[in-house]
Design a protein around this ligand. Structure first.
Ligand code: SAM
Length: 232
């Protein structure tokens, strides 16, 4: 997979693209990431990328010309342009799975009030949000999306079986995990996990995942269940 990131702050990506899962995936050639400074696509001496918004109001807007120029300079091909925006569709695990099947993503990071709307319409871009909160810029959002997608690319995560066991994969959050020591400051690991009885462990995990989902994300559970119908 090829991913190109367009940003006003390329330095933000230096550490995250070198470390851990992303760093290893890039090193192994499983994903190729290019970071491009939108300012390199300006033509005036001040390298101005933003301007006042038509209609008034506070804040500056990123101009369309340098963003179009940056995207066009990447060459032609089957790319999917994504504009990171709090006003976009909320990113989900299913969306990450779909994006992981694409061969080329272009991620546009906004700043200030965001990018001129013609970037979205003219580049047939998809607007994606990483949550119902407002960041100062799209860089952290682009990294979140990139990491969520990259770990789903075959070969990136060693034990791919574990991917199917995670939160959102089966309509529930993940079950609680424990490791050694068996007793930590008086908090004991649930005895069933030490029993070796795989059927009982599976049932405990299903119930614990359900409890956690009810507590933290009741919106994931259907509001009305038909009486007698099995829970997931
Ligand atoms: N005026 C915008 C609004 O109210 O929707 C907020 C702009 S925000 C201060 C600047 C940039 O940060 C956005 O253009 C976007 O690229 C990025 N951003 C902020 N919050 C985000 C989120 N939740 N998801 C994705 N990108 C976000």
């Amino acid at each position: 997979m090829r991913v190109d990131i367009l940003t006003l702050f390329p330095g933000i990506f230096e550490g995250p693209l070198r470390e851990s899962l992303l760093g290893r995936a890039i090193e192994a050639g499983l994903v190729r990431v290019g970071v491009h400074d939108i300012r390199d696509h300006t033509e005036d001496p001040h390298r101005q990328v933003d301007d006042y918004g038509f209609g008034g109001g506070p804040g500056m807007v990123i101009k369309p010309e340098p963003v179009f120029d940056a995207v066009e300079s990447l060459g032609v091909g089957e790319n999917r342009v994504i504009v990171l925006s709090p006003a976009g569709r909320p990113l989900t695990q299913q969306m990450a799975r779909d994006l992981a099947t694409r061969s080329w993503l272009v991620l546009v990071c906004g700043r200030y009030e965001g990018v001129d709307e013609r970037v979205v319409t003219g580049l047939d871009a998809e607007e994606i949000s990483i949550g119902d909160f407002v960041l100062a810029g799209g860089e952290v959002a682009a990294l979140a999306l990139l990491e969520a997608v990259t770990r789903l690319i075959p070969g990136v995560v060693g034990n791919e079986e574990s991917l199917g066991e995670e939160s959102f994969e089966r309509g529930l959050l993940d079950y609680p995990h424990y490791t050694r020591p068996r007793d930590f400051r008086g908090m004991a690991v649930p005895p069933v996990l030490l029993s070796g009885d795989h059927a009982k462990i599976a049932e405990w995990r299903r119930q614990a995942a359900l409890d956690k989902t009810r507590r933290n994300r009741p919106d994931l559970l259907p509001e009305e269940r038909e009486p007698g119908r099995d829970l997931p």
